[in-house]
Design a protein around this ligand. Sequence first.
Ligand SMILES: C[S@@+](CC[C@H](N)C(=O)[O-])C[C@H]1O[C@@H](n2cnc3c(N)ncnc32)[C@H](O)[C@@H]1O
Length: 222
Amino acid sequence: MLSLYPTDEGTFTLYHEGTEDIYHSRRGVLQESQHVFIETGLQYAFEKKKNLNILEIGFGTGLNALTTLAYMSQMPTQLAYYCGLEVLEIPSELWQALAYPAQMDRADLTAYFEQMHITEWGQTQTLLPNFRFKKELKSVFDYTADVPFDVVYFDAFSPNKQAEMWEAGIFERLYAMMSAGGILVTYSAKGQVRRNMQSVGFITERLPGPARKHEMLRATKP
Ligand SMILES: C[S@@+](CC[C@H](N)C(=O)[O-])C[C@H]1O[C@@H](n2cnc3c(N)ncnc32)[C@H](O)[C@@H]1O
C-alpha cells in the first residue's frame, strides 16, 4: 500500500497505492517543505505574531513537523503549538528509511523525529521549551479545533487524486477554525482550488513555488 519513491533531490518520499499519488514533490521533499510551509507560511506568520498555533492536514511522514521543529530550535523567543491530523499511520520501517533528520544534515533531531512518530495519538508533548506537539488520528472532516489556528499547512494529496479534500466545504471548516489574520499555505495553485478558497472568504495570493517552478497558494482569513 505504501512504498519508497525516489526524488530528484536524492531523498525519498512515499507512494500511496490507493490514491496513486506521492507524498511530496518528485523534485524534492526538503525544498518543498522548506519553501511552501516554512518560508512562505511559518516565517511569514511569525513576522506578525510571536506565538502561533499551527494545524497540519495531514501529518504523514512527519517531515513538515520536523522542519518546523528545526526552525523553532533556532528561534528560542518564539512559541508554537503544532497539531497534525492524519488518517493513516506510517509503518516504522518506512519513516525510519526516509531518515529525514539525516537528509537535512540535522542528525541531532533524530530523537525528536522518532518521538513524533512513536508518541500516542492525541497526547500533547513538549518537544522543545518553545514547541508543543500533538498528532490526532482524525480526518479533517471530523476534527473540532481545540485552539484558534494561526497557520494551516494544507498538505493533502493532489486535487487530481483526492478531489474531496479541496472542495469549498473543507476550506469553510478550516476558515472557521482559524484566527483573524491567520494563513493557510499549500503547494497547489489550481484555479478551482483558489476559487473555492475565495468563495468561503479567504483572500488568496499566488506565489512562486519551490525552485520557482509552478506556483503555490497562500490564503489569508481577513
Ligand atoms: C500528500 S500526503 C502529505 C503528508 C505529510 N504532510 C508529509 O509531509 O509526509 C497527504 C496526507 O494526508 C493524509 N490524509 C488523507 N485524507 C485525510 C483526511 N481526511 N484528514 C487528514 N489527513 C488526511 C494522508 O494519509 C497523507 O498522509
